[in-house]
Design a binder for this molecule. Sequence first.
Ligand code: SF4
Ligand code: ZN
Length: 737
Amino acid sequence: MSRLVAFAAIQGGYKVVSQVEGELERALQSQDASTKIGFGNTAYFLPVIYSLTGMKCETLEDLKKPLEFARGLLPPHIKGHNHLPYLGPLLDAGMAGLFAYEVKEALRINREPDFYTFTEDPDIDAGKIWVGPADDTILRKRGVEFVDGSAPGFAAIVGAAPNAEIAKMIIEDYQKKSLYIFCAANHNGKTAVEQCLEAGMQIGWNTRIVPFGPDISSAIFALGFANRAAMAFGGVEPGDYRRMLMYNKNRIFAFVNALGDVGTEWAVAAAGAVNWGFPTLADTDIPEILPTGICTYEHVVANVPHDELCQKSVEVRGLKINVTEIDIPLSFGPAFEGERVRGADLFCQMGGGKTQCTELVKMAEMNEIEDGKVEIVGPDIGDIKEGDTLPLGIYVQIAGREFQTDFEPIMERQIHHLINYIQGIMHIGQRDIAWVRVGKGAIEKGFSLKDIGVVLHAKFHQDFQKIVDKVQVTLYSNKEDVDKLTERARVEYRTRDERVDTMTDEDVETFYSCTLCQSFAPSHVCSVSPERTGLCGAYNWMDCKASFEINPTGPNQPIQKGKVLDPKLGRFEGVDEFIKGASKGAIESYNFYSMVNAPMTTCGCCECIAAMLPSCNGVMTVGRDYAGDTPCGMKFTTLAGVMGGGASSPGFVGHSKFNITQGKFILGDGGLLRVVWMPKVLKDEIYDRINARGKEMGVENFADMIADETVGITEDEILPFLQEKGHPALEMESLIS
Ligand code: SF4
Ligand code: ZN
């Protein structure tokens, strides 16, 4: 809290109240005390005073009471030695100033009845550019927009920009965000409204640029409008000041932009607005009030550059922007999610073993990124021909006041279904094994890589409004940049995976479900425990927990694990109960730690699929990024096709790469030591982890005992290798008992 601001505002409070007391006294000397006063055609009297105190001012005499009240609110002057926090007295001073301003405006209308037009649009030809307070007809028409959300709020602009061009830029930014722009006050005789006219803009309620009045006191019309809307549409009773101010704070997204030197008279108005939760952002170097208290975030922010004023105001006020339109040339929606792009329809593809395709979501600082910016680095779809492939890196940066790095994997996992929502585009996989297939139909309609960014920007805003303020998307389509992104992403994936590394399933009472994939595999329910990450590899227990916090009715629900029915196979009463409901009766029960007995269901997203190799008394597993043959006789794609529909298929199970070295991996079937074959790429990727986990289980250098395609791709070919290495699986109890 700045002493200086408090000083200026409290000074301002005294000054304004005394001034207006004088004005009222003069009016009473020349006119009868019963002279009618008011804002014209309104049932709300002087609305700020009426709404907050219940006082109904109808005559000159009636104006005495609110002024007395205002004087009573004025706090003691700040003394030099006083270093207490000033927020309370500051707010009172502000409120006193505002009451006085409303009385002042009533006196002006009494003196000069023609000063304001009281209409929606000013009468510019007649030189009357100030409309004054809105009457109840305008209130009914416009106020409802504040309630139904078609206008999220208003920007109260006091003063004037350095020139007309800058005023135009600022105000147009607000118009684009559907905000009303309430203008009042002048800076050295200049007003933003005059600057709008100079710049050739139309003003009036119809263009949402409302020229209230030329003095700071006319800013009271903005607050009066907000309070009347709360009484008319929000059911707030006059005099219920607490509810009135809370209603405004929570429902009306408004803020003040002070353009020009902030003197005591502006300072008191700004302090007053804080009572409503409306912060002030200034283009000059005034003392800031940064800590939060009344306003959602900061109270007074100084030195904001003009080209950042809109974005910064929206951010400080915590205004959430609604992106309702998804501006792409293709149809979009859940209806297209399950649609496939088959061979004959295929125009081009990214990833899927042909090229690298990687997705990464990272948190950014607010000032680091530009909301809605979508950039393509490398060739676009229009630059290639049918049958071509492209590498692709989808890099999304998200900034938000409430955003945390913990949310990154959750946002990243949305990319899958969101790209699938685009008609004619198919998305498979995740992380660094994603695969995007583009159909010919999409090309005819003009699909561009940019559309992926447009969709992600819009949907992240829509679906995660609470945590997302800015989204910027970069699409890399040249090998060098994609490889760079992939390398960086792999480090991120590892860090995320390792967050659950030290946890065990016994440590927690709650597991989490994931039903994100039910649109493809309707009976599929992933149950995610600390030692069993989701089979896509993109969601671990921590991620599901965070996802539930962001979206309590979403696809990740807590499951009380309840009674342990079988500790070896990993069967839990609570889980069985949950999956019965979540699979709509299709699945009665499954085991966490077995692929042989009632394994978990598998959808098409799995990073790896494990299968039995009976002659070797072992298990193999194959990752999506290995396209060759395997000892079980099926390639990855065939396996995924056979069991990716959401069934529980004994003898097979989908799992993540990371899960292979987690403590409970098929522990009921012998655990990691049962694994006799995996493709070399996979083995190399998790080599150290295999050895570490093998050692824990009593076998040194276990990775070297696992066969791969360089040893063989049939059971017969690999068995001698296993025997030679003394592979532990050969000594285990029979897998098929
Ligand atoms: Fe969720 Fe499982 Fe689908 Fe991953 S594979 S998104 S954990 S349902
Ligand atoms: Zn899936």
